[in-house]
Design a protein around this ligand. Structure first.
Ligand code: WT7
Length: 636
C-alpha cells in the first residue's frame, strides 16, 4: 500500500493502469472486511454506474477505531485545540474515541435513528463533531455535515433535499472573538423542515437556547442513558456513507454521495501516500494537522476518515488562523509538535501579510511535510510557505481534488515526487487524467492545456447526487461522453506535470470555498427592488477570487441611497446563503450585456471586473452594445 520511492510510484502507476482491479484489490486487502468482495469493479460512465468491491461487507468505524485498539489503543487519535488557547484542550486516544463513538451511536439509536436514515450535523469544530460523524457511520446512518457558516435557509434546503430525520448541533460556536448561535439558526431552519423528528444539542458556549419539548434533547443528558456497547452495523461496500452538498454552475447545491468501501480505501490510501504519514509499526505516530473544517470534504477525508483509517493522530482546531493573533497556526504547530500541516493558499496568503514576527518566535522544527489544497497556489505563496514555514526542508504537496473525487487525485508524494511551484504535478496511482478541447477531442502530448477529465474510475469517485441521478449524469458525465468532467482547466507542461488553472464553468473559488455564481445571483435577486443581477469572479489578493456583482434595481438613481442598498443586499445574501457568499463589490447598472438570444455575456463582465477594460473582444453581437460603455465607466 505504501510507496517509498519514485520508482515504486512508477511501478504502482503502471500496474494501476494495466490492471486497475488487481491494483485496488491489493490495496483493499489492507482493511478489515466482514466479508470479502466478489468483484472488484463494475462501471460505465454513461449512466453513470460505478461500483467498487461488490458484495464486500464492512463498517468503516471498525477500520477507523476497533482494529486499532489492540496495538494503538492508547495512542492519541484526536488532539483537540480549542479556539481560546487558554482553554484546556482534549486528547482522545483510540480507546477513548471508540468508547465515545459507541456511546453516541447508542444515543442516535435511542432517538430513533436506524440504518439508512439521514442525519444533518451542524456543529462547531469540536471532538463531538468527529464523534457524531463516526457514530452515524457506526449504525449505518448517512451523515450530511453542513458547514457552521451556512445560513438557516441553506441548512433547511439541505435537510429537505435529504429528508433528514435528526439534526445534531450545539448551542453555539466560538470562532475567533465571535460567538455564533448555532442552535437558534437551526431553529430558524427547522420551521420549514417537517422531516426532522429530533435535535440533539451539545453544550459548548452556554448561549441561552430554546429547547422544544419532544423534539430537542441535550447531548449530555442523553449520554447518561446509554452504555458503551454498540456493535457496528454491517454495511455493503456500496451502501451510502455520507452526503456532502457542493455548489455547481446551476441551481441549488447538489448532494454528492460517497459510499462505504471505495471511499474508505481511497481516503486512507491517498492519506498515507501523499503525506507519507509515518506512525505505523515501530515509529511514533506523527501528528497530522489539517486546518480545514469538517464541514468540507477536506475535513471528511483528511481530518476524520483518512487519518483514522490509517491509525494516525489527527489534530482538530476549533478556531481561526488569526486569533488571538496571526501566529496561531505556528503556536499550535510548536505546542503539539505537528509533523504534517495541510492548509489552504488563502490562509497562507493572509498570514503572509502579517510579516514574519509571529512565525519566528515559534519552533517549527517538528514539521516534515506541508500540504496545500482548495485552490491554485500562486508562486509567491508557495515560496513563502517553503522558505518561512518549511525552512526549505519540508516538501510541499499541492493536492488537487474535489468534493466529488472523495480524495486527492493529482499531487506529489511528499519527498518522492520532484515538486515545481504551482504544479499539482502527477496523477496518483489509479488516476487517468485526460485533457480535451471544447469538442471533447483529446489533446495529446505535453506542453498543452485543455479541460481536465478522467477516463477511468477510482474507488473514491462520487456515485450519484442524492435523489437526482440524472443531475449527476448531466453535471459530470454528459459534457464529454465517456469521461468524468472536473470543471477545471489544466495545463500539462513539457515534463507531463499538471497545473490546475481554475474553473472553466460558472463556479467561483473564494478562499477555497466553492460558490456558484447562479446561487449568489438568486440570493441577490431575492432582495426587494432588485430586477436582475450577474455575478462573476475577479482576482483577489487573499481570497484567490473575489465576488463581483452587477445589479439592476427598480429605483431611479436619484432616489437611491447606493451604500445603504449595497449593505441591504449583503444582508440578504448572508441570510439566504451565508456570509461566505457576500459579494466583495457591487456595481449598480441599468442593463447587462446580453446577446440577442438573451444570454448574459459573462466574458465581458469578467474582463471589466478584472480591470481589463482595454480589449473586451467582439461586442457586436450584443443586443445593446452601449450598455458596455456604461458598465465600464462605472466599474469599481
Ligand atoms: C475545486 C474543488 C477538495 C479540496 C477542497 C475543495 C479547486 C482544489 C486545488 C489545487 C488548484 C484546486 C478546483 C476544484 N482546487 N484543489 N490544489 N489547485 N485548484 O473542494 O469545494 O469540491 O472544490 O477546488 O477548482 O475543482 P471543492
Amino acid at each position: 500500500m505504501r510507496i517509498r520511492t519514485f520508482d515504486e510510484y512508477k511501478t504502482a502507476y503502471q500496474k494501476s493502469v494495466e490492471d486497475p482491479e488487481a491494483f485496488w484489490a491489493e490495496v483493499a486487502q489492507n482493511f478489515q472486511w466482514r466479508k470479502p468482495w466478489t468483484k472488484t469493479l463494475q462501471w460505465n460512465f454513461t449512466e453513470p454506474n460505478v461500483k467498487w468491491f461488490i458484495g464486500g461487507k464492512l463498517n468503516i468505524t471498525e477500520n477507523c477505531l476497533d482494529r486499532h485498539l489492540a496495538e494503538r489503543g492508547d495512542q492519541p487519535a484526536i488532539i483537540w485545540e480549542p479556539n481560546d488557547p487558554n482553554e484546556a484542550g482534549v486528547t482522545l486516544t483510540y480507546r477513548m474515541l471508540h468508547d465515545q463513538v459507541c456511546r453516541f451511536a447508542n444515543v442516535l439509536k435511542r432517538n430513533g435513528v436506524v440504518k439508512g436514515d439521514r442525519v444533518c450535523i451542524y456543529m462547531p469544530m469540536v471532538p463531538e463533531l468527529a464523534i457524531s460523524v463516526l457514530a452515524c457511520a457506526r449504525i449505518g446512518a448517512i451523515h450530511s455535515v453542513v458547514f457552521g457558516g451556512f445560513s438557516a435557509q441553506s441548512i433547511a434546503d439541505r435537510i429537505n433535499d435529504a429528508q433528514c430525520k435528526v439534526v445534531i448541533t450545539a448551542d453555539g460556536a466560538y470562532r475567533g472573538n465571535k460567538e455564533i448561535p448555532l442552535k437558534s439558526t437551526v431553529d430558524d431552519a427547522l420551521i420549514g423542515c417537517p422531516s426532522v423528528e429530533k435535535v440533539i444539542v451539545l453544550t459548548r458556549t452556554r448561549t441561552p437556547v430554546s429547547m422544544l419539548k419532544g423534539r430537542d434533547v441535550w447531548w449530555e443528558q442523553e449520554l447518561k442513558q446509554v452504555t458503551a456497547d454498540c456493535p457496528a452495523e454491517e454495511m455493503d461496500a456500496e451502501d451510502m456513507l455520507f452526503i456532502l452538498y457542493t455548489s455547481g454552475s446551476t441551481g441549488k447545491p447538489k448532494g454528492v454521495v460517497h459510499t462505504c468501501g471505495g471511499y474508505m480505501v481511497y481516503a486512507a490510501y491517498t492519506f498515507q501516500n501523499v503525506f507519507q504519514y509515518e506512525g505505523a509499526g515501530d515509529t511514533a505516530a506523527q501528528v497530522f494537522f489539517c486546518t480545514a473544517d469538517i464541514g468540507w470534504i477536506t475535513g471528511h477525508s483528511y481530518i476524520v476518515y483518512g487519518p483514522l483509517a490509517s491509525g494516525a493522530t489527527s489534530l482538530i482546531f476549533e478556531g481561526v488562523p488569526t486569533y488571538p493573533d496571526c501566529g496561531r497556526f505556528w503556536d499550535i504547530t510548536d505546542k503539539h509538535k505537528v509533523n504534517i500541516l495541510y492548509t489552504a493558499p488563502t490562509a497562507i496568503r493572509s498570514l503572509m501579510g502579517f510579516g514574519l514576527e509571529k512565525v519566528e518566535n515559534h519552533d517549527l522544527s517538528s514539521l516534515k511535510v506541508l500540504g496545500s489544497v482548495g485552490e491554485p497556489i500562486n508562486e509567491e505563496a508557495w515560496h513563502w510557505y517553503d522558505d518561512n514555514i518549511g525552512k526549505n526542508r519540508c516538501p510541499i504537496v499541492d493536492t488537487w481534488w474535489q468534493t466529488e473525487t472523495g480524495g486527492i487525485l493529482i499531487s506529489p508524494l511528499a519527498g518522492i515526487t520532484k515538486t515545481k511551484p504551482t504544479f499539482a504535478t502527477l496523477p496518483l496511482p489509479g488516476i487517468q487524467p485526460i485533457l480535451v478541447d471544447e469538442n471533447g477531442k483529446e489533446i495529446e502530448g505535453n506542453g498543452v492545456s485543455g479541460n481536465l477529465c478522467m477516463k477511468f474510475p477510482w474507488p473514491g469517485i462520487l456515485r450519484t447526487t442524492y435523489g437526482d441521478h440524472e443531475r449527476c449524469r448531466q453535471t459530470y458525465f454528459a459534457t464529454y461522453p465517456g469521461l468524468y468532467f472536473t470543471g477545471d482547466g489544466c495545463l500539462r507542461d513539457e515534463d507531463g506535470y499538471y497545473r490546475i488553472t481554475g474553473r472553466v464553468d460558472d463556479v467561483l473559488n473564494v478562499s477555497g470555498h466553492r460558490i456558484g455564481t447562479a446561487e449568489v445571483e438568486n440570493a441577490i435577486n431575492m432582495h426587494t427592488g432588485v430586477v436582475e443581477s450577474a455575478v462573476v469572479g475577479y482576482p483577489h489578493d487573499i481570497k484567490g477570487q473575489g465576488i463581483y456583482a452587477y445589479v439592476i434595481t427598480d429605483q431611479m438613481p436619484a432616489d437611491h441611497d447606493a451604500d445603504l442598498t449595497k449593505r441591504d443586499i449583503l444582508a440578504t445574501v448572508s441570510r439566504v446563503i451565508g456570509p461566505i457568499a457576500k459579494p466583495d463589490k457591487i456595481q449598480f447598472v441599468t442593463g447587462l450585456p446580453k446577446t440577442r438570444s438573451g444570454k448574459i455575456m459573462r466574458r465581458i463582465l469578467r474582463k471589466i471586473a478584472e480591470g481589463d477594460t482595454g480589449n473586451l473582444g467582439d461586442t457586436s453581437t450584443l443586443l445593446d452594445p452601449a450598455v458596455v460603455d456604461e458598465i465600464r465607466a462605472g466599474a469599481i
